[in-house]
Each structure stands twice: as structure tokens, then as C-alpha cells.
Design a protein around this ligand. Structure first.
Ligand code: NAI
Length: 325
């Protein structure tokens, strides 16, 4: 049996975590032979609810779950962490602008970045889920200089999975028949779901769907899916977001399938003309616990405009939080 690894989850009493923690403990994230210690971080008012979640985790008697830490102290929560999923964030309230949300959450992520820097392993792999995820990851990274460069990432895997599901439904295939989907940019309505390189059962996706459907139906549907879920459910996506976070971490740790890639928001190295340093979603392959950007894909004018628009939004967000970087 391998030695257990430490996985920190913040916002551990919230909706997404109510799914994520059980999936991690069941072995869905790191495989069926990797024991885990869950380190659950919350704020003081949520500690009662968190204790209930811990009771339920214990009641599952998961063979891979070696220990659980429940705390409201970030220094304890991130102690020796190998993986950290930053889910906890202030939700967007009625009438709140994206900028207000940024300001509120920037304080949380600068403090947590420092706590990660001071306590986590230097090769800790971090996924930011709490919104605005890309810029929260940027703030976390700026406050955690000791953590290996590139190891602080943000989640666009839910958008990636949503895009696969929409295209599979349209073309009448299983989701596993869709390969090489890409989400470029920000986890926001400016994201660019790109099917120009996607294959459907081995065939070029663009030859199977008409351009009007792709541009006027598919792209906005993927971009607005989060809002559609809130409208239908009266609450934001939780189980699907948890599932996407598991997918992101699993592929990063264990590798992507041969002949396919996934979307991850990572610090830009300038690839595809994206300003260096922004946390931007790219197509990546993963192997040996490392990711690399898929290079040299052809970019037409339609794609260029959309990739630049979402980069511009990220640059504006970066500007709004520059005091914390
Ligand atoms: P929730 O409101 O149910 O849970 C959030 C939890 O975070 C609460 O229990 C709260 O007490 C906790 N929290 C707040 N500040 C904290 C701090 N400083 N340290 C530790 N815990 C803290 O929200 P839910 O539904 O679980 O969503 C969490 C976040 O994920 C939200 O920001 C949401 O917008 C985002 N999200 C991101 C998606 C993505 O694709 N990137 C998809 C869906 C949601």
C-alpha cells in the first residue's frame, strides 16, 4: 500500500465539497491504490456543519481514507498538503458586480496563498474552483512564491465537459467519442469553447455540425450553462463542478489519455499570444504529474478574436487586483 497523501479542501462544508470529499475518499481522484488524508478547511460559523460532513465521511468507512482533519485555521488546513482544492469563496450576492466579488474574494485568496506558501509541500498541486477562479488563482500564486511555478491552476474543466456533452448530444455519439475539445481563456461568459480541432468518432467535428449551430447555439450555451443551472435548480452547479474538479486533478496526477487533451487554466507562458502570467485556459496533455500546453494548433481569425477577448477580460481583472499581486 502506498503512503497516504494529504489533500486539502477549502469550503469543505459547502455544496461542491459535499460531493467532492466523498469522491476523493472513494479513490476517484488519485486512484484505487492511493490512500488519502483529508484536510477540511472552513470558516468558524460553518464548523458545526463541517463536523456533520466529517461524521458522514466516517460513516462511509472508506478503505482509502486514513484520517480527516477539520479546522478553521488555514495553517493547519494546508499543513504538508500534496494537493489543495480551493473551493471556498464568497458567493455572488444579488446586485453584486463581478468587480465587487473580485474584491471580496481577493482577500480570501491572498490569505490562503500565504498559508499555502508557509505550510504546504513545495510541489503541492493547487486547483482553484471558487470564483472568479482564474483571477483568484493569480492572487494565490502571487502570494505563494515558494510553490513550484505552474502548480497553481484554475478550473475550466466543467466548461470543457459541458462542451463535450453538448457536442455529443448534437452528433448522437457517446461523450467518449469526442476528443480534443478546447476551452480557451477565462471561466466566465467570455470563455471560448473551440471545436476547430475536435473529432467526433474520429471525424472532424466542423464537418458534422453547421457553422450557425456552432456559433449561435453551441458557444453561447456552453458560456451560459452555469446561469441555466442556477435558473433550473435555484442553486449553482455543485455535483458537476465537483466531478470536473476530480477530473482536473486526476488527469494532472495520473495523465491524460493517448490521442486526447483536456482544458486547464494555467499561468500563461506567452503561448498563442496570450500575455504571460495570466491564468488562461489552454489545451494541455498531462504525463508524469506534469502538464504541457498543446502547441502549434492553427488559429483562424474567428478563434483569434475570441481568444483575445477573453484574454482582455483577464487582463482587466488582473488590473482590478493589482495591489494584491
Ligand atoms: P457554497 O456557498 O455552498 O460553499 C462555499 C463554502 O465556502 C461555505 O461553506 C463557506 O463557509 C466556505 N468559505 C467561505 N470563505 C471561506 C474561507 N475563507 N475559507 C474556507 N472556507 C470558506 O458554494 P459552492 O456551491 O460549494 O461553490 C463554491 C465556489 O465554487 C463558488 O465560488 C462558486 O462560484 C464556485 N464554482 C466554480 C465553478 C467553476 O467551474 N470554476 C463551478 C461552480 C461553482
Amino acid at each position: 500500500m502506498k503512503a497516504p497523501v494529504r489533500v486539502t479542501v477549502t469550503g469543505a462544508a459547502g455544496n461542491i465539497s459535499y460531493s467532492i470529499l466523498f469522491r476523493i475518499a472513494a479513490g476517484n481522484m488519485l486512484g484505487p491504490d492511493q490512500p488519502v488524508i483529508l484536510q477540511c478547511l472552513e470558516i468558524p460559523p460553518a464548523m458545526g456543519a463541517l463536523n456533520g460532513v466529517v461524521m458522514e465521511l466516517n460513516d462511509c468507512a472508506f478503505p482509502l481514507l486514513h484520517d480527516i482533519v477539520a479546522t478553521d485555521d488555514a495553517n493547519v488546513g494546508f499543513k504538508d498538503a500534496d494537493f489543495a482544492l480551493l473551493v471556498g469563496a464568497m458567493p455572488r450576492k444579488k446586485g453584486m458586480l463581478r468587480k465587487d466579488l473580485l474584491t471580496a474574494n481577493s482577500k480570501i485568496f491572498s490569505a490562503q496563498g500565504k498559508a499555502i506558501n508557509d505550510n504546504a509541500k513545495e510541489d503541492c498541486r493547487v486547483l482553484v474552483v471558487g470564483n472568479p477562479a482564474n483571477t483568484n488563482a493569480l492572487i494565490t500564486m502571487a502570494n505563494a512564491p515558494k510553490i513550484k511555478h505552474g502548480n497553481i491552476t484554475a478550473m475550466t474543466r466543467l466548461d470543457h465537459n459541458r462542451a463535450i456533452s453538448q457536442l455529443a448530444d448534437k452528433t448522437g455519439v457517446a461523450s467518449t467519442d469526442i476528443k480534443k475539445m478546447t476551452i480557451w481563456g477565462n471561466h466566465s461568459a467570455t470563455q471560448y469553447p473551440d471545436i476547430s480541432q475536435t473529432t467526433v468518432d474520429g471525424k472532424d467535428a466542423t464537418t458534422l455540425v453547421d457553422t450557425d449551430w456552432y456559433r449561435d447555439d453551441f458557444i453561447p450555451k456552453v458560456q451560459q450553462r452555469g446561469a441555466a443551472i442556477i435558473e433550473a435548480r435555484g442553486a449553482s452547479s455543485a455535483a458537476s463542478a465537483a466531478s470536473a474538479a476530480i477530473d482536473h486533478m486526476r488527469d494532472w496526477a495520473l495523465g491524460t489519455a493517448e490521442g486526447d487533451w483536456v482544458s486547464m487554466a494555467i499561468p500563461s507562458d506567452g503561448s498563442y499570444g496570450v500575455p504571460e502570467g495570466l491564468i488562461y485556459s489552454y489545451p494541455v496533455t498531462c504525463s508524469g504529474g506534469e502538464y504541457s500546453i498543446v502547441q502549434d494548433l492553427p488559429i483562424d481569425e474567428f478563434s483569434r478574436e475570441r481568444m483575445d477577448a477573453t484574454a482582455n477580460e483577464l487582463s482587466e481583472e488582473q488590473d482590478d487586483v493589482k495591489d494584491l499581486l
